[in-house]
Ligand binder design. Structure first.
Ligand code: NAP
Length: 248
């Protein structure tokens, strides 16, 4: 019997890698995206090629009704939900805090932090057996920026991710007796589109060689940690934050 994995921001990058790797490990995927339908459908096709079933669900994680709709769609298509990856996130352009307008700060916190809270809340409402669920596991995708602070680049982003580490620790304790484990991963410099979206398409190639391992990481290297945390092999790992950052 295949399990069901819900991934916010599953259309590209780390989310896509987790969906495809999950398919090879027995999950069907619910692939959330915000605007890039073609990429979401590519992920669906890749999941199917890996032996799973998948649906793409458009929705903005910062919009409560969209997050509820995502989980409703998952349950309508696959029944219960076994695993959730709270992954959707954005960066802004390189800037000091002093120069960031209110609109940027609001968007950053709405998508990265409120979006994660809404997604995790919806999972917490549906996964515990006491609420009619099957139990399971959640992984919250933070960033090593949460501990580095990203000075001169994007302190707003780092702040939005620091809150996710707190969410992971707190929610893991809330759900510890509810058969739902909650863990976090903190990626370092990973080769995805996110750097171009922040106006630095060469960021991984430029900064990767300056990190302790001398290279950027891949989305698959992060997905491997996510899938392990979701698996029964991690049955006593709860409230943990795993850096997947090449020692950065
Ligand atoms: P990416 O390649 O830019 O992909 C971002 C994904 O999030 C896309 O699927 C995008 O959908 C989706 N998305 C963006 N805003 C959304 C919203 N409001 N609602 C729903 N979905 C939304 O990013 P990535 O590098 O894989 O990053 C994934 C996560 O890892 C993020 O939380 C990021 O902060 C974190 N992270 C990444 C790195 C890195 O170096 N790459 C390092 C540390 C942490 P569309 O395709 O529809 O646009």
């Amino acid at each position: 019997m295949r399990k069901t994995l819900v991934i916010t921001g599953g259309s590209r990058g780390i989310g896509r890698a987790a969906a495809v790797m999950g398919a090879a490990q027995g999950y069907n995927a619910v692939v959330n995206y915000i605007g890039n339908e073609a990429a979401a459908l590519e992920t669906v096709a890749a999941v199917e090629a890996a032996g799973g079933e998948a649906i793409a669900v458009q929705g903005d994680v910062a919009v409560e009704a969209d997050v509820i709709g995502l989980f409703d769609a998952a349950q309508a298509r696959f029944g219960g939900i076994d695993a959730v990856v709270v992954n959707a996130g954005i960066v802004g352009e390189k800037s000091t805090l002093a120069d960031m307008p209110l609109e940027r700060l609001t968007r950053m916190l709405d998508i990265n932090t409120l979006g994660a809270l809404l997604t995790a809340r919806e999972a917490a409402r549906r996964m515990p057996p006491s609420r009619g669920g099957k139990g399971g596991a959640m992984v919250i995708v933070s960033s090593v920026a949460a501990k580095l602070g990203s000075p001169g680049e994007y302190v707003d982003y780092a702040t939005s991710k620091g809150a996710l580490d707190t969410l992971t620790v707190g929610l893991a304790k809330e759900l510890a007796l509810e058969s739902v484990r909650v863990n976090g991963v903190r990626p370092g410099i990973i080769e995805t589109d996110i750097h171009a979206s922040g106006g630095q398409p060469d960021r991984a190639a430029r900064i990767g060689p300056q990190t302790p391992m001398g290279r950027a990481g891949t989305a698959e290297e992060v997905a491997a940690a996510i899938l392990w945390l979701l698996s029964d092999a991690a049955s006593y790992t709860n409230g943990a934050l795993i850096d997947v950052s090449g020692a950065r």
